[in-house]
Design a protein around this ligand. Structure first.
Ligand code: ARG
Length: 460
């Protein structure tokens, strides 16, 4: 420990397992370019503060760029005392430019502000990629909905056949929840993209560093206003995980629907080979592994969120090493959610649908409500209409025939107000088209939704 960056007051070395236990370099090296960009901005601000001379700044900037190249080319040689990405970069810089100059970089700076800066810069960029992925998923749902608007399917409640709907309406029922997550994500990014740089270990910077200039150089939207809060804060990770968990929950339910619809019993959809796998034992199997993984990985995402809450909840104010435990879950969360959105988009864009199977699954009983609505249009109170229609269903059941095979005489026998025109109730397309109030499943109402989503995609 004597050789560590902070080793001045230490006389004995670290226990070897403690070295491994403590080091974060194996995962925080992913932030090497953010860490170096932050250091260059920090050095420039200290040049403008007269802490560094132009010569020193130039040497530091050049040296740091060389360190970055080494990481990029995989030639950076990690040493045993490289505790984390910040110490590794500074150690290497000093080797390149000499300790007299390298030793000035950290003036007034703490790794507490560095890690928060690195994480926020990295996360901001990842979330921007995520925005693109999610737009892709919504766009894919919307264009399928538009192209396949004529296809009808059974709509379910309690997983029981309920009323006919458009396949497009089903697709959009998921797309609208995905697009809500898109709106949330767009709101979240500026809250992640705030600068802790210049906050020091907890109390602030003693050399009147220009935090605004550094933030501007790094592309931050704003400054964190309190130095103690800035180094203590992992809200940006929480909020990302709350968002990611909420999105994964939506993706999981979507996946579950498609798992059901892809089963042989339903046969409404078939996954492309690219997103299915077979069985090592049963040659006939084609399993929807992609969808099952989407469902399964949602549990992992929720766990990361709950885990981070538990890690943070009892911490005393400002920085504690526990906060290092926010890094790995964040990295995994982003990978899980980012991959999941792309897999979901891949599944949907290559999915085959079987409209005739969906049609065949429609049952006349799903039109029972149409009988009640028919009576309502003749002035019968809905509650009474519902009862009469229920007797039609019961008679069909008793006669052991589908509802549409009852004769007009049988229908009239139940209630004389069931006139000759009642057969129009037995038309699925008509039933769907009647649901034309905003938000419904008629063609015009579905097209309204498509337009709304397109506007949202365009960020309007
Ligand atoms: N590796 C540390 C982390 O990820 C950096 C901050 C270390 N600061 C400290 N005072 N020990 O949180």
């Amino acid at each position: 420990a004597k050789n560590m960056l902070w080793g001045g007051r230490f006389t004995q070395g670290l226990d070897p397992l403690m070295v491994q236990y403590n080091t974060s370099l194996p995962y925080d090296r992913i932030f090497y370019s953010q860490d170096i960009a932050g250091s260059i901005a920090f050095a420039r601000a200290n040049l403008n503060n007269d802490i560094l001379t132009q010569l020193e700044f130039d040497a530091i900037e050049k040296g740091l760029n060389q360190v970055k190249e080494e990481w990029a080319n995989n030639t950076f040689e990690i040493q045993e005392d490289d505790e984390d990405i910040h110490t590794a970069n500074e150690r290497r810089l000093s080797e390149i430019v000499g300790k007299d100059i390298g030793g000035k970089l950290h003036t007034g700076r703490s790794r507490n502000e560095q890690i928060a800066t690195d994480m926020r810069l990295w996360l901001r960029d990842e979330l921007r990629k995520m925005e693109g992925f999610l737009e892709g998923l919504v766009e894919c749902s919307v264009s399928r909905a538009e192209a396949e608007i004529d296809v009808l399917m059974p709509g379910y409640t309690h997983l029981q056949k309920a009323q006919p709907v458009r396949w497009s309406h089903f697709l959009l029922s998921h797309a609208v929840t995905f697009s809500l997550e898109l709106v949330r994500l767009r709101e979240l990014i500026p809250r992640v993209n705030r600068s802790p740089l210049g906050c020091g270990a907890l109390a602030g910077n003693p050399f009147n560093i220009d935090r605004h200039a550094m933030a501007k150089e790094l592309g931050f939207d704003s400054l964190l206003p309190n130095s103690m809060a800035a180094v203590a804060d992992r809200d940006f990770v929480f909020e990302t995980m709350q968002w990611g968990s909420s999105l994964m929950l939506k993706i999981s339910r979507w996946a579950e629907d498609l798992i059901i619809y892809s089963s042989l019993e339903f046969g409404f959809v078939r996954l492309a080979d690219a997103y299915s796998t077979g069985s090592s034992l049963m040659p006939q199997k084609k399993n929807a592994d992609s969808l099952e993984l989407l469902r399964g990985k949602s549990g992992r995402a929720f766990g990361q969120m709950a885990g981070l809450f538990a890690t943070i909840k009892g911490l005393p104010t400002t920085y504690n090493k526990d906060l290092q435990e926010s890094v790995e879950p964040m990295l995994d969360h982003i990978k899980t959610v980012g991959d999941s959105i792309q897999i979901a988009t891949g599944v949907l864009s290559t999915l085959t649908i079987f409209p005739e199977k969906m049609m065949a699954a429609l049952a006349p009983e799903m039109l029972a409500t149409e009988f009640a609505d028919y009576l309502v249009r003749k002035g019968v109170p809905f509650r009474e209409g519902h009862h009469i229609s229920g007797r039609v269903v019961a008679l069909a059941e008793k006669e052991n025939v589908p509802m549409d095979k009852l004769s007009l005489e049988q229908l009239k026998g139940i209630d004389s107000r069931l006139g000759d025109d009642v057969v129009e109730c037995l038309d699925y397309e008509r039933a769907v088209e009647l649901k034309n109030a905003t938000g419904g499943t008629s063609k015009s109402a579905v097209r309204e939704q498509i337009e709304l989503l397109r506007k949202e995609l365009a960020g309007k």
